[in-house]
Design a protein around this ligand. Structure first.
Ligand code: SF4
Length: 197
């Protein structure tokens, strides 16, 4: 299994500061980076033009922005777009962009596969591989946001996985979606079959 790539997406402000080379302006630089990666869904260090060039080069050498790689991208005639993503291994999971007239929503995964085995569900029948970390969860939102000019205002955890079996990473993701990306808590929905460990 490939190790998850160290990525800025998924980090809190304090974690971004800790990932920077030691410098007196680390707090300000972390705020700028958070604005780029979460507020603007920037996926390229060269587009962070308010950061010093040496810092952009240092960051690019040691950390990714979004850990996810797109394996496939399908668009339906109704505007729904589905991405299959991974981190460089064969463990593929999915996320879906759902544009409606009055809002844009998305459906994201919390695990690769699922251990619950619901008989009506193809994911459940395929078994469980691993939990997704916060970067891999929030990274799905940001990849989908990059597909549309409209703001994705709603998120549903209803893709692969049982969110309550990956609670620490799901809670961290919800915090980042709310505090850094600015989504209303009322628009963040965690769908569960009710399993908790
Ligand atoms: S909990 Fe959800 S993802 Fe898991 S098997 Fe059941 S329906 Fe499928």
């Amino acid at each position: 299994m490939a190790e998850p790539t160290l990525s800025l997406v998924g980090m809190t402000r304090d974690e971004i500061i800790a990932s920077l080379p030691e410098r007196p302006d680390a707090k300000m630089r972390a705020a700028q980076i958070a604005h780029h990666i979460y507020g603007r869904a920037v996926a390229d260090f060269d587009k962070m033009q308010d950061l010093p060039k040496d810092l952009r080069i240092q960051l690019a050498e040691k950390v990714a922005i979004n850990p996810l790689i797109v394996a496939s991208h399908r668009k339906s005639s109704d505007g729904v777009e589905k991405l299959l993503v991974h981190i460089g291994d064969n463990q593929v999971f999915e996320c879906v962009l759902l544009p409606y007239e009055d809002r844009v929503s998305c459906c994201i995964s919390s695990q690769v596969g699922c251990p619950m085995g619901c008989r009506f569900c193809a994911t459940g029948l395929g078994g469980f591989d691993r939990n997704l970390n916060a970067g891999e969860i929030v990274g799905q939102y940001l990849l989908l946001q990059g597909l549309t000019e409209r703001r994705i205002s709603h998120v549903v955890f209803m893709g692969m996985g049982e969110p309550l079996l990956n609670l620490p990473n799901v809670l961290k993701s919800l915090k980042l979606l709310h505090e850094e990306i600015g989504l209303s808590n009322r628009h963040l929905t965690v769908s569960t079959v009710g399993s908790f460990s």
